[in-house]
Design a binder for this molecule. Structure first.
Ligand SMILES: Cc1cc2nc3c(=O)[nH]c(=O)nc-3n(C[C@H](O)[C@H](O)[C@H](O)COP(=O)(O)OP(=O)(O)OC[C@H]3O[C@@H](n4cnc5c(N)ncnc54)[C@H](O)[C@@H]3O)c2cc1C
Length: 384
């Protein structure tokens, strides 16, 4: 890429972060707090942003089905959530409304319950400290949620699980990053990352920044950048649709994996799992299936009006577990991607930031290498 006449040279940093979603901001914040000089480029408002469209769960019970490392990583991140919450409040005045204590996944049929039970048993076999996830039957569930419908046969429950106002988290991380001294340039999609003898030059249409290290945290935008920098194809989009009801009096005492009531009284109903490529629009069939399940789970929901719905694309790796890795071809270029950017925000601010800035690699990361996808068909970025 040739430099235009008006290219602004931002200088040299310890790390340039590409992408200002939950992953880039949390990791950027951590690195600035550890004393790093960090520049972060984010693309424009038309770009895909999972951080604007998620369900806001801080959730452990389904994480780690395939790998103990992911189970451990998730649970230790959740243990650091209260500290993140307090720090964001102190640094920015923004309230994430984080709460935890009872997180439920409701099962509507015996076969759903049996499948869930197998998963819970598999993860329980790791014997992770503080993990009390267990299955409960309808009778015990009625004591926690007397308003469940007749089709609900039971649930899995974890005291670690809960939720937050994820847009406040997003805003809080951005504000905290800037207040701590991080450089942030918005509406500036990165066009090129050029290897040099002493590091990399990262270029947008109007800026240039140098650093020995670059973190790719551009969500689905990381796919193409990463494959040009020596990583295999790691990503695929998956659509999730979410509904919001009118506000009503508090009636849901706990958070469930697909119905949760906000402190303002709206109820969020989520979220579909659809393979629609890059199509993130709401659909009548998606809205209908979410509404049907919500009413079967909690019949009172049938009385509430839906006031809003949206679709957003999850950033899934090919096996669903995170990727945190350094390029085997371009040392100093890292990629970080996960479909649990809310839950894992404290882990990104802490150990992930520590690894990229100071080289201390968390033990779990051997399981999160992109190399596990080298044998998959390579399509240069994102599988659709
Ligand atoms: C429907 C749905 C429900 C979800 N529910 C939950 C949940 O309950 N709990 C949970 O923990 N997680 C949940 N998630 C996942 C969570 O939202 C994501 O893991 C998280 O937002 C990912 O953040 P990110 O920074 O990787 O990506 P994004 O939020 O997509 O951010 C990527 C950023 O990179 C920028 N970018 C792209 N290309 C470039 C470029 N070339 N140069 C510069 N910048 C670039 C974009 O503008 C964007 O701002 C959900 C996701 C969806 C879609």
């Amino acid at each position: 890429m040739t430099d235009g006449p008006y290219m602004i040279d931002l200088g040299t940093f310890d790390v340039v972060v590409v992408g200002g979603g939950l992953v880039g901001l949390a990791t950027g914040l951590g690195m600035v707090e550890m004393g790093g000089r960090i520049a972060l480029f984010d693309a424009d408002d038309n770009s895909l942003r999972a951080s604007r469209g998620n369900f806001g769960l801080v959730w452990s019970q389904s994480k780690g089905n395939r790998s103990q490392e992911y189970a451990t990583w998730t649970r230790s991140s959740i243990r650091d959530w209260p500290a993140l919450n307090d720090d964001l409040r102190a640094l920015t005045g923004i309230e994430t409304h984080y709460r935890s204590g009872t997180g439920l996944h409701l099962c509507l049929k015996e076969d759903e319950f049996a499948k869930r039970e197998r998963m819970v048993e598999r993860i329980a076999a790791y014997n992770l400290p503080g993990d009390d996830t267990r299955m409960i039957g309808r009778e015990e569930l009625l004591e926690i949620m007397p308003m469940i419908g007749p089709d609900v046969v039971g649930a899995s429950v974890s005291s670690l699980d809960g939720d937050c106002h994820s847009l406040n988290l997003y805003q809080g991380l951005g504000m905290a990053y800037r207040r701590a001294g991080g450089e942030m340039i918005g509406s500036a999609p990165v066009r090129a990352i050029e290897p040099k003898a002493d590091g990399y030059v990262v270029k947008t249409d109007g800026h240039r920044a140098r650093a020995p290290k670059v973190l790719l945290a551009a969500g689905l935008g990381s796919g193409a950048l990463a494959s040009r920098l020596g990583f295999p194809t790691i990503l695929r989009p998956q659509k999730g649709q979410i509904l919001v009801t009118e506000r009503t009096e508090p009636f849901l005492p706990v958070t469930t994996s697909n119905i949760r009531q906000t402190p303002e009284g709206s109820v969020l109903i989520g979220d579909t799992k659809e393979d629609t490529g890059f199509d993130d629009r709401s659909s009548a069939s998606g809205v209908a299936s979410l509404a049907r399940r919500a009413v079967r789970s909690v019949p009172f929901m049938g009385r509430l009006r839906i006031v809003r719905s949206w679709g957003a694309l999850r950033i899934l790796t090919l096996d669903g577990d995170p990727v945190y890795d350094e390029s085997p071809v371009h040392p100093g270029v890292y990629v970080a991607t996960t479909h649990s950017g809310v839950t894992l925000a404290p882990a990104h601010r802490g150990p992930l930031a520590q690894w990229i800035l100071n080289g201390q690699k968390p033990l779990e990361f051997k399981a999160f290498s992109a190399r596990r996808f080298e044998t998959q068909p390579q399509v240069g970025g994102v599988v659709q």
